[in-house]
Structure formats: C-alpha cells, structure tokens
Design a protein around this ligand. Sequence first.
Ligand SMILES: *[C@@H]1O[C@H](CO)[C@@H](O)[C@H](O)[C@H]1NC(C)=O
Ligand SMILES: *[C@@H]1O[C@H](CO)[C@@H](O)[C@H](O)[C@H]1NC(C)=O
Ligand SMILES: *[C@@H]1O[C@H](CO)[C@@H](O)[C@H](O)[C@H]1NC(C)=O
Ligand SMILES: *[C@@H]1O[C@H](CO)[C@@H](O)[C@H](O)[C@H]1NC(C)=O
Length: 953
Amino acid sequence: MEKDNLDPTGRTKRSSTRRVRLLHAYLLLAVSGALFYFGQGYWSSSTQSAVKLPPHAATSLARCRSLQAKPGPSRDFYKRSQSDRFEEGTQPILIKNAKIWTGDINGTEVISADVLLDKGIIKGIGRVETFQLKAFKDDLVVIDAKNAWVTPGIVDLHSHVGDSPLPDLNGAQDDNSLLGTAQPWLRALDGLNTHDDSFLLSIAGGVTTALVLPGSANAIGGQGFTIKLRSTTERSPSSMLLEPPYQINSSFFAENDRPRWRQMKHACGENPSSVYHYTRMDNLWAFREVYNKAREIKTTQDQYCNAVLGGDWATLNKSPFPEDLQWEALVDVLRGRVKVQVHCYEAVDLDDFVRLTQEFQFPVAAFHHAHEAYLVPDVLKKAYEHPPAVAMFAAVARYKREAYRGSGFAPRILAEHGLPVVMKSDSPAAIHSRDLLFEAQQAHYYGLPEHLALASVTTTPADTMGIGHRVGYIKEGWDADLVIWDSHPLALGATPVQVIIDGIPQLPGQFVVEKPQAFQVTPKVPNFDKEANETVEYEGLPPLEPEETVKEIVVFTNVKSIYSRTEESIQESFLAQEADSYGVAVVEKGVLKCFGSSLSCDTQSLLQSSSIPVVDLEGGSLSPGLITYGAPVGLEEINQEPSTTDGYVPDPLMGSVPKVVGGDGALIRAVDGLQFGGRDALMAYRAGVTAGIVAPMHDGFLSGLSTSFSTGARHKLASGAVIQDVNALHVTIRHFGSPSVSTQIGTLRHLLLHPDENTPLGTWFKKVTEGKETLVVEADNADIIATLVVLKREVERAHDSKIKLTISGGVEAYLLAKELARAHIGVIQVPARPFPGVWEQRRILPGPPLTEKSSIMELLDHNVTVGLGIVENWAAHNTRFDLAWVAIGAGGRLSKADTIALASTNLEKLLGGGGASAQAAHDLVATKGGDLLDFESKVVAVISPKRGTVDLL
Ligand SMILES: *[C@@H]1O[C@H](CO)[C@@H](O)[C@H](O)[C@H]1NC(C)=O
Ligand SMILES: *[C@@H]1O[C@H](CO)[C@@H](O)[C@H](O)[C@H]1NC(C)=O
Ligand SMILES: *[C@@H]1O[C@H](CO)[C@@H](O)[C@H](O)[C@H]1NC(C)=O
Ligand SMILES: *[C@@H]1O[C@H](CO)[C@@H](O)[C@H](O)[C@H]1NC(C)=O
C-alpha cells in the first residue's frame, strides 16, 4: 500500500522509494529554513548543478505521495483508549443482562451479555468480572436491562437535520443553494444549525448518527457531513461532526495515515430539472461537464506527481502541486475517496448515472430514494467498482411521477438480488427520523429478512458511509452508541428506554411503556411472495382490484375476534381466548348473518359445498373498515402532477372569486371532483381502509364541503361509490403571513354571525350556526384554537344554538384538552405522531420516551372525541399501523375497540358523517393471522353490505 502511494508511475519500486525517502529527509530540513543543495545522483534528470528548493516543495511532494491513499480508519484506530468525542466527566456505564443484536456475522448474532462503556467506547461485552469493575470505584453507573433488546444506535444515511431545522423558519433554510447546477465545493457543515428540534426527537427514536446531505436542487448539491445528534459541551456544529475530513480546514492527514471518507450529494431527475427548468439531458451534461473538468485537473496532478516523484526537479521548481479549491472535492471523487450519495429514482436516471460512473470511473456509495431500483437490479450491478447500496423509504411513494412505481416490496427484492439495503428518513422532508426504525419494521413486514431489516438502519448505513469501523455495531472498541428498547426492535411501536451516545445517556429514562411478552420476540410476518412477484411482473404497477368478488355466501373460519359498530362506537362482539374456541362467520350477500361457534352457525353443510368460498383466517378477525381523512385521497393521484389532481379552489380571502363561479359566496363541493381507482385509494382499501372523507383542496382560508366515498369503488356511479355527498364545511386558519390570522378569524366570525343566505356559502354557514351541519376548522396553534373556543361561545350566544365544531390538525390542541372537552369540540389529530414542522406546531407533546403521555392520550383522558388523520396520500394504507401505534404507546389503557374508533366512528362523528346512507355502507374487513391492529396480520377480504358483496383480495 505504501509503496503504491510512493510510486504512482509504476517504475521499479525499490529505487524510486529510496529516492523519495531521501528527498523527504532533506525536505524536512528545507522547510525548517535551512538552505539546501542536492548533489548529483539523486535525480534521474540531468541536473548538474545544485538547486535551491522552492517553498512549496514539502507540501507538493506530500500531496503527491498521498495521492493513492485510500480512506479508512487511522492505522492505530483500535489502539485508542478514549474516543475523540469523549466528554470529560462522563461516567462509565455497565449495562447488565442485555439481549444484544451486535450487527456482527451479517446481522445474525444475538448474545445475552453485559456491556461495559467507558471513555466513549465499548470496553467489553460478555460477563464482566467483578475485578474489572473495581477500577471504577463509585462512579460506575449500572443499568439492569432485564433482558431487554439492545442494538447499536440507529444510523440515518440521508438526513437534512440542522441544515433544514425545525420548526421551519425562513432564516435557517440552508440545504439548497440555487446558484448553480453542480457545486461540489458547497458543504452542508457550513449551514448546520445547532438549534433544531429534530435532534432530540430523533434521539427519542433511537437515532444516534446521521449523514447530513445538501438538498437535491442541483445535479451536485455539495458535500455531506456525518454528525452525532447529541448536544456537545462546545455547542458548535464542528463538535457534532464524526470523523470530519481534513479538508474542512484545508489541513492534511498525517504521513503514513489515511484520509477520512468524504460525502457528496448528487441528484438526478425531477428535482434539479424543475429547479433549473431543464431536462434530464441537461442534467447529465451538468454532470459530465464538471466531471470532465475534474478529470483534467486529476490528469494534470497525476502528470505532475509522476514527474516530481520521478525526480523531475524542473517540474517541481516550476509550480506547486496543481490544485483548485473549487474542484478539489470532485477530483477526490475520481480518486475514490468520496462516498457519492445519489438521489436518483427512475430506471432512466439509474441507467444514466451508472453510465456516468463508468465513463469517469468512480464508485457510487448509494442510490437514494431509488423508487425503481428494484426493477433494474442488473443496471445497479454494472456501476463502476461495486454495486451501490439502495437507500429507500418503506411506504412514501407516488407523490411525484418518478416515485409512482415505488413499492413496499423493494427492500426484499433488492436484498434477494444481493444488493445492500438501507432504510432512510430524508428528515424532515419525508419521514421524521424519529420514525426511522418504523421504516425497517415495514420492510420486514413486507418480507425483508430480520437480520437485514435491523442492519438496514444500523450496520449497512454505517458501512455505506464509511464509518462502520466505529458505529453501527456493538463490538469492543466501537463507539459507545447504543439503544435499549422496550420491545423487539422490529415490533411495531418499539421505543427506546435509553439511548446512549458516546457513553452519555440521552433520555430521562422514566417514561417507559410496559409491553406484553409477545412484543419481545420477532414479529411473525405474513407471506407476500405472490404480491412481490407481481410487482416486478407488472413493472411496479400490479393490479390492485380484488381477485374475486363474491355475491353469495362466504364462510370465514378460525375467527378469533369480531368487532362491530354500534351507533357511535365500536364494540368487541366476539373474542376467543384459545385457538380451540376460534369461531366462524357466515356472510351472505355482503351481510354478516351469523358468527360464533361452528355449531351455532350450523356451518357443517356450508363447509362441504364446493361452490362456497371458505376463508381460513388463522386466528384472524373481522372489524369495521377504517376511514382515511386529512390527505386528498380521492382528489389527487400524483401530488406533484397537476394533471392528475382535482386542483385548488379559488379563495375569496386571497382574491375575488369569478362571478361565473358564484362570486365570493361560492361554495365548492369535493364530491364534484372525486376520482376513483387511484393507487393510494386502492392500496388503502387492501389495507382495511374502505372509506375516505375528503374536503376540497385549498391553499388559503376556504376549502368547501367534504364528501365521503368508498376507496374500493371503480367509478362514481358504482354502487356505494359515494357514501355521503356532503359531510361538513371546512375552513383553515393558519399563519400564512397574509392575510393575518386575526383577519381569518374575523372572516369566520362575520360568516357565522351574519351569514348571507343568498349565497351557497352563507346558506351553509347558517346551517352551521343552527347546529345542523358541522364546521371543521383546520388549525394547529393553541392560541388559534383557544380563540375558536371563545368564538364558538360568542356565536352560540348570538344564535341561541349549539354549534358542531371540530378542530383538524390540532398539534397543540392537547394544551386545551380540558377547555375543548367542556366546549364539546372534538379534535382530529393530523398526523398521528405530531412533529414541530412549523412555528405554530412547535409545542408538541411527543409521548414516551420524552413525556409520559402522547397528545392523543392527553385529549382522550379529558374525554375529548379524537380522530386520526394523515397528511399525504401514501399514508392512507398505513392507517391501521398508525392506530396500533397509538394503542401500544398507551400501554394497554386503550382498548382495541376504542382504538379502531379513532379512524372510524369518531372520524365520522367529527366530520358530519353517519347519516342513514352512511350507516348502511359500513364495510367489514377480514384479517388473517391477527386483527386489524396486529403487525402480524394481513387484510384478506372486504365485506360490503351496501354492495352486497365480499371482495376477496
Ligand atoms: C455475509 O454475507 C455475505 C454475502 O451474502 C457472505 O459472502 C459472507 O460469507 C457472510 N458472512 C458471514 C460471516 O456469514
Ligand atoms: C482541522 O480538521 C481536522 C479534522 O477534523 C482536525 O483533526 C484538525 O485538528 C483541524 N486543525 C485545526 C488547525 O483546526
Ligand atoms: C416468485 O418468483 C420466484 C422467481 O421467479 C419463484 O421462484 C417463486 O416461486 C415465485 N413465488 C410465487 C409465490 O409466485
Ligand atoms: C371522562 O369520562 C369518564 C366516563 O364518563 C368519567 O369517569 C371521567 O371522569 C371523565 N374524565 C374527565 C377528565 O372529565
């Protein structure tokens, strides 16, 4: 290795090595100021007389000698006795009785042991002997893990924390420069804000290390930096860095040592193209143009170094090592010293980029997002030097065209092709990194093997970013970063009991939810082999319609539980404690005719008939279909493609509404814009979300009238497609900047106190004031919500009535739980797990492990009616997991029936639903292997009384 460093020319190694060593010895003197002369014979050139060395000689030769050095840990890295990140005063910790997933042996090693942490390092794993502990005297902290799961800290390969801090304020949006298409000289470090609410929240999800990347507005956005998320004594961005490259201060690695890995963000496809109003063709040229430039510089450097290391004195004398601060990072890419992280979605982009890597000969660390990577594994394998890892979301897809073919089966399919799989957050843009482990859990649910799922958020990202020699594993000598979990980490809702970074505990440790024993073992996941195969067969767009629709009798066997609706709530109608008392359910023409024991339903003859479908639920369940609300499911297919959406209503507060629409008194109905057969709607249907309630899309104050519809219907005229034409009247009160919040409130007061009954808008507001229709106000801020409580009282006094008012959003509503309960105002919390995205949402109640209660539980404890909503369409099919998560976090205080109500009867009640037609439309959902809230079950059928059918999925 060293010889290679010294001899880039490939000439006989011994002689050139000797020459350079001698030269080096002289140079040490030269730089210390002595005047120096060479005698004949050291140089192969024809230098006859003694020459004076130029001042740059030492640096230039050092640069040349280092050109071949490959990045990696310092050569004496594992001899360290203390971490370079050790904070004075940190106490040693002994974690006893842990069940440790170490990350070793390809993620298959699990050991029961103790772990000793000291000086920021893992000092020992196993049975730590008493004599070893004597050295610590009194300051050793002992944590009894009581056989809890312990994993390495979670590593996020794709984050924007710090550069895009929360809450989102204009003054700190530093992750996208718009000054050029390819800017490898920019550094995410230079925008890293230390005041980001994400840091602690991410730690609360077990995340300890993150790669902070520039955004994707440019073909080359700049250099990324790896940080640890804990706060530091120095309180600076620099002190958060993990093994920063020497280039941050233009210093250099020591002789005989190695450079550190650098990171560089690249982006293909829609993002750079839309920012610069150009095409994919232009984007590829942006890459080739700058890589060509970098290649020229590299060639110049190589020629220079060949000459000077070969003893060409004239060249050394003429100029220093040719360097260009602006391009040095890209030249380093060509020298294989940079982990290139490429935001790249589609087959066309992946193919383009792989071709680029071959043309300019540099490896890719990972393709990120990469929604079509699973369709072209062979393309990835053609990348220069080694196949890249693929860093993905589990469920976030279809928000733009290039994400349309995204699939939850991608992780398992890529793993089957031997490609490294990483799950990532893109925090705060897509997934908040607090929920990163959930990405791995979903990948596991859809078929990624357990060891790879755990590795996908620990060892694989650590290795992919070149930091696996110290994080991502629990091994002696590695950094003391680990998480003690309250359940198996792949069990839904797994939450840290404690997170340790550099040996420092990060959590209060007292808000711990007791989990049942079933949560301590690997979840037994359903089989999705057929679905995964079909996804590839249909190029990412497999048919989502039911496999069969049965109009007559269907028998469900091995039914463990049945939940059903009463007028306003959900109740448990049947529950078998033991497998031998599992029951049956008989459905005829979409109506549940009988359930209970096989005897009581007299299924003997039915089970013998070959024409009657029998579905074995294997301990599964029947429960009411769920409702999705909050995102425009049913009004848009691809968020960023206007031609696929209903579009936005005109807003009378932002500009006057055209007369032909009805002027400022116009009122738009969502039912007029409903679209059926969309993929998010059908995926939701297949996941037990059989109905949606949607309000007109708007970006100002006024939305319009919401409607409810069946997510499984093929078109609007199909039976049961529209469940209720009109649900409720929706407005939004937010801090838009202009018009002011007080203007928005004033407008609402005016509409409620003086509704103009000559207009559709006034007519509906009149009905609201009479308590006949529901008013839904989207608001998050506690002060706005408090003002609405006062306004409600004022309007009720003026009209001597009771208004039906619902808050949607409601991130800060828990602060007013008592007042809302007293005012009979319900809250739809959107999303289920709140995040301080913007200022008016900053006072979240995060729940365990940071606070005892979540905001949903705080509201429920005050008897506020609570519903649960989503923000983006893709999330609709995850509703049952969102629900289950709430229940798990409540530690058994919320029954399954009450949990299901949050996304069914409660939502209906809060959104003006539940009319006679709606009652009749209530679908039942059959799940196999568990109930709707279990992470181990799969939805297999939808029973529809309205349509008179059973859809077998
Ligand atoms: C880990 O997996 C790789 C790739 O499948 C395999 O080549 C290697 O032998 C495995 N290592 C161990 C220790 O099992
Ligand atoms: C420059 O940065 C490197 C890498 O972090 C560090 O080791 C070195 O101490 C820094 N030098 C100065 C002068 O700050
Ligand atoms: C899925 O495809 C693989 C490879 O073509 C095949 O071996 C397997 O049998 C298929 N599985 C199912 C359930 O269709
Ligand atoms: C909520 O309702 C329950 C049952 O009606 C009642 O026992 C409890 O006191 C109520 N809680 C509050 C905070 O009002």
